[in-house]
Design a binder for this molecule. Structure first.
Ligand SMILES: [Zn+2]
Length: 223
């Protein structure tokens, strides 16, 4: 078996490792954290363009509570691999960082730079994604029908508990078998209720023949 990690869950892990690796108990050496930041930046650049120019360490003493301001920085240069300087994955961030570069000089499509309001809306939409996905997951879990008391009694993993009071002080009488059914009267020594367990014959097993393999049974006839 393998774990099936959804995209929002992977994003959650990467967010944790990038922003608060201390919460994950990972990357506790700042040099390791910086290598991780650079590697993730490189993946983004490989798929969406830009040229990674390394990571500048945080200018905050190690072990300080994060203020989200003095974090390590990923340094990115524009490159021909971008769709456009104005409209690319990096364009909403450090909007003055590429001053002096133009789409023309890189042979890129000249786009329209997003306004501050557009950037704010775009970033808020992105930031809401993880909580939206998680909320959707919780709603789905809530909608799953709760097992009935009977289903819990029959399929529950913690042994048979009294369906009335939930205690484990239940006691069964003798089993009566009637054709393909078996019936057992059961009662609870705690709350006193009585009920009947009904068992249905499902399978047969034999050392002498294989019920699923008639040829095996025929062999036995010959013997
Ligand atoms: Zn009971």
């Amino acid at each position: 078996m393998s774990k099936q990690i959804k995209t929002n869950e992977l994003a959650e892990i990467v967010t944790g490792l990038l922003v608060r690796p201390d919460l994950m108990g990972e990357l506790d050496e700042s040099a390791t954290h910086e290598r991780f930041i650079e590697a993730i930046g490189q993946v983004v650049a490989d798929f969406c363009g830009g040229e990674i120019n390394g990571v500048a360490p945080a200018n905050q003493p190690a072990g300080m509570a994060p203020d989200y301001i003095n974090t390590p920085y990923l340094s990115v240069y524009p490159s021909e691999s971008l769709p456009s300087l104005e409209k690319c994955v990096w364009s909403a961030y450090d909007t003055e960082g590429w001053e002096g570069h133009t789409s023309e000089e890189l042979g890129l499509t000249v786009g329209v730079a997003p306004t501050e309001a557009q950037i704010r809306e775009h970033r808020q939409n992105l930031q809401a994604l993880l909580s939206q996905a998680y909320k959707a997951e919780l709603v789905t879990t809530d909608r799953a029908p709760k097992p009935t008391i009977e289903q819990q009694y029959i399929y529950g993993s913690d042994g048979s508990l009294c369906p009335a009071c939930g205690c484990d002080m239940i006691e069964g009488d003798g089993i009566n078998i009637d054709c393909n059914r078996a019936i057992q009267e059961v009662s609870c020594n705690e709350c006193g209720v009585e009920w009947v367990d009904i068992y249905i014959l499902r399978h047969i097993q034999s050392e002498d023949f294989n019920p699923d393999d008639p040829a095996r049974a025929l062999d036995l006839d010959d013997a």
